[in-house]
Design a protein around this ligand. Structure first.
Ligand code: ATP
Ligand code: MG
Length: 440
């Protein structure tokens, strides 16, 4: 993308409405703009990040055998009346009436819809397990939308739903999902710690939230510092083997980690004093097992091994995709701006032309840009160098390819690593090989 022609409105000043760093930086880097309270438009660069995150989430869901589908945002109230949640959900649900006076709603979550669809399709225990997911916009009329997309009213979520024939198999599914989550967050370049969590209004018995540690996080967290030192994914896990899954899960959950809602003083006292860490975290994912709550209340039975009706065991598994954009920034920035992990960055590198209009500089920049116009942002504006550097730092591209008259004469490009600040020099080919290395 050429910066001179792009819809990438960076701001020099801090917007006064933003209270936390990620919100300030998302506005300043031209990723989002608010259109109503808690509702945001994703501008081109922001959308690229959102898509990159969604794609990583998608790959790791697919890797454990979950199947992607797409359910609508608008749901019929009748579905929710069947589970009994229509009245129970309260003012967070955006209720709508259509022209025929039918009660509809903008979905805050999809347990009812997926359970109903499952019941229309699956007839026998032989078709289990089934894990289905979609990545779709949700609406929750939050009392206090704040911190930008961190707590929006409209937000983008991956939600998966599982159906198993018995508890043991549902627990396997839950553990597989925990593994997929750890792999997802690792690929996103952040550490999210699974913590024992409250099951809340969805109900159920087994539940973990995944939290990224950050002082601006809305949840209080208590955890054993051994968890920060663990390399959780070092060991191979065979996802088709119950014992292998159990071993992984036991290792993962053997250290104390709980959100304030589930904090247990007696268990906390067992953690060696030097390893007790208290802090704040951002909830980026949540997994639940809740058994037969919806299959029973909505009367979705399939035929079991003995021919008798069987109500499948369910779980649901969310990842806050739009919240993650903000959470990654909270975890990865400095005083000059965002520092994107390479896997999610909107562009792999910015090409900074220090002398736009100079034939040699322009030539090298065009050559760099032509190699991957979709992955590189070419700052071809006739701005001063300082402004270009400041914008590149603000937008957080992992690399900056700096082309000035002196180096250009020798066909050289200066390469700056945004995270370390390290600068090296290389040929056009060398520079491209480095910044595009993870792109075949
Ligand atoms: P919270 O406790 O933050 O309100 P929740 O427990 O209500 O979240 P879940 O129902 O578990 O949320 O939703 C799954 C994921 O969706 C959460 O882990 C979070 O990352 C994300 N999420 C939930 N509410 C919002 C919101 N208002 N804005 C952005 N993301 C959200
Ligand atoms: Mg939650």
């Amino acid at each position: 993308m050429r910066l001179s022609r792009s819809f990438l409105p960076t701001l020099k000043e801090n917007p006064t409405e933003a209270q936390i760093t990620s919100h300030r930086l998302m506005l300043r880097a031209g990723l989002i703009r608010q259109t109503a309270a808690g509702i945001y438009a994703w501008l081109p660069a922001g959308l690229r990040v959102l898509r990159n995150i969604a794609n990583i989430v998608r790959h790791e869901q697919d890797a454990i055998g979950a199947q992607e589908m797409l359910m609508p945002t608008i749901q019929s109230a009748d579905l929710w009346k069947r589970s009994g949640r229509y009245d129970a959900y309260g003012p967070e649900m955006l209720r709508i009436r259509d022209r025929h006076e039918r009660d509809m709603l903008f979905g805050p979550t999809n347990e009812e819809m997926i359970t109903d669809l499952f019941g229309q399709v699956v007839k026998s225990y032989k078709e289990l397990p089934q894990v289905l997911y979609h990545i779709q916009w949700k609406f929750r009329d939050e009392v206090r939308p704040r911190f930008g997309v961190m707590r929006g009213r409209e937000f983008y979520m991956k939600d998966a739903y599982s159906f198993d024939m018995d508890y043991a198999s549902a627990v396997d599914t839950y553990r597989r999902m925990m593994l997929a989550y750890l792999r997802t967050f690792q690929r996103l370049g952040v550490r999210a710690i699974p913590m024992l969590a409250d099951t809340g209004p969805i109900g159920g018995e087994l539940s973990h939230e995944f939290l990224i540690l950050a002082p601006t996080g809305e949840s209080g967290v208590f955890f054993d510092s051994a968890l920060e030192e663990q390399d959780w994914l070092a060991e191979d896990v065979d996802i088709t083997d119950r014992q292998s899954l159990e071993k992984f899960f036991t290792r993962m959950t053997s250290f104390y980690a709980a959100t304030d809602e589930k904090h247990d003083e007696a268990a906390w006292a067992q953690v060696p004093a030097g390893r007790r860490r208290e802090g704040r975290g951002i909830e980026v994912g949540h997994i639940f097992h809740f058994g037969r709550k919806y299959t029973e209340s909505m009367d979705i039975a399939i035929s079991g091994p003995d021919g008798a009706p069987l109500y499948p065991e369910m779980g649901s598994y969310g990842i806050g995709v739009s919240r993650l954009v903000a959470a990654i920034i909270e975890a990865s920035h400095d005083e000059n701006g965002i520092i994107w992990p390479e896997s999610v960055a909107p562009f792999k590198a910015a090409i900074i032309n220090l002398k736009s209009g100079d034939a040699v500089c322009d030539g090298i920049c065009e050559k760099l840009y032509a190699a991957a116009p979709d992955l590189l942002l070419y700052d071809d504006r006739s701005e001063r160098a300082g402004a270009k550097f400041a914008d590149a730092d603000l937008m957080g591209h992992p690399w900056q390819l700096i082309v000035g008259p002196r180096g250009a004469k020798e066909g050289k490009v200066e390469i700056k690593n945004r995270r370390t600040g390290e600068r090296t020099e290389d040929t056009v080919e060398g520079a491209l090989a480095l910044v595009l290395k993870n792109h075949g």
